[in-house]
Design a protein. Sequence first.
Length: 510
Amino acid sequence: MLTRIIYKIAFRKRTRQLRKYVTEPIELQEEQLSFLLRRGRRTSFGKNYGLSKDMTYEEFAKRVPLHTYDEIKPWIEQMLTGKRNILWPGLCRWFAKSSGTTSDKSKYIPVTSDCLHRTHYRGGTDVVAIYLNLNPASQMMDGKGLILGGSHAPAPLAPDLDIRVGDLSACLIQNVSPMVNAIRTPSKDIALMDEWEAKLKALTNATKDVNVTSLSGVPSWMMGLLKSVLEAKGAKDITEVWPNLEVFFHGGIAFTPYREQYKALIPSEKMHYLETYNASEGFFGIQSSFDDPALQLVIDNCTFYEFIPMDQFSDDTTSMNAIPLKDVEIGRNYAMVISTPGLWRYIVGDTIRFTQKNPYKFVITGRTKAFINAFGEELMVSNADQALAETCKEFGCEIAEYTAGPTFAADNSKAHHTWVIEFSKTPTDIEAFAESLDKALQRVNSDYEAKRYKGIFLSRLELISAPSGTFNQWLKDKGKLGGQHKIPRLSNSREYITELNNLINSTRQG
């Protein structure tokens, strides 16, 4: 069988290496820091902060400050203009463009050659190695892998140079080896199209008659493609179109709100789901068990990790202290800090909680700025996803997209949370759904429960049901439809709620 032959040739050795995650995790992390210091000491950044190949972690942490994107941006801007040896040796030709909680509309994350090959592609290899080890009966390589991608364009600060910016997926697809191209679909021309609506039609036509055995992408965008393929083929579910489909490698957003929808679309006992944590900044985690949703920390792909306890997190980076992997505690919320071939002590913006050690496993709990804490409730994205999943199961409904934010007390109303939800299968009683969701949030978050006690501080949440297509239209209006763009789930600001509510009202009036 082709898949097992490829596994023995290309992945079995790596499977053995991954056993060191259990026996030598701290030693592996020390090796990553040593590699980064050896290569980084000759860069402008390294010379500025006195990096040396023999420095200890304590010296490194003392010399190099923690960085938000805004603080490391001046270095990145030099790289975007074609300057060499700035944050990493040589010229960086690729930058992953992503939206984020910064003062700018977009972030440009350097994807150096070492980051591309030693971090991102290494992570992709690990995903396949782990999956094939978990599923010895797999025939994944006997068909094609359907991989969703974004697009890329010339760098804004140097349009005449051969420097490109785009979605991370576009950077990866454009530079992938011919061997991988032979087992993936669709073609690069289609995968890298930039206009989502035209791209969706092209993707559908290009894949509907292919023997697709695996999927890779963001759950929300992949869902749109699957439904388009079903419509084009006139099929009742995906097993009629792709009978050999066996795994979905998903990431980018939480899978919990989409799990039941995927089960309905792909009613196959042989279907598997593995989550990955592959961000613009690096490849950080892989689900290593079908039965455990926690992600295994990737600790030997040129990434050195540090962690800031969230109860000490602040907007002032000089006031915070980070700790290395060996000092983390199980069950505590941390903001992740990384050093990679192109970033130094960079605060990613995601929050995680470790569930075990040796191997180190964690769950993503949200964003350092993507939460609601306007009233001391500390509602995290993981809380919201869990409460929604429970409520949807209770009412037999499904959610396409959602976002939530605070509504502050006015003359005739108490403070509360406002949720905008676009249902793909709407509950028969919206008010009953809102009531049940509010109770579920209290069950999963004790701080929210305390603030809701007898309605003294917060009244019950408000739910705005959005018409189908609202969130896509909202993204389209912002020029962010398609690719890797994500819906911001929670925010301490009312900006997103106001924009969506205005869009909904104008649609209904029109």
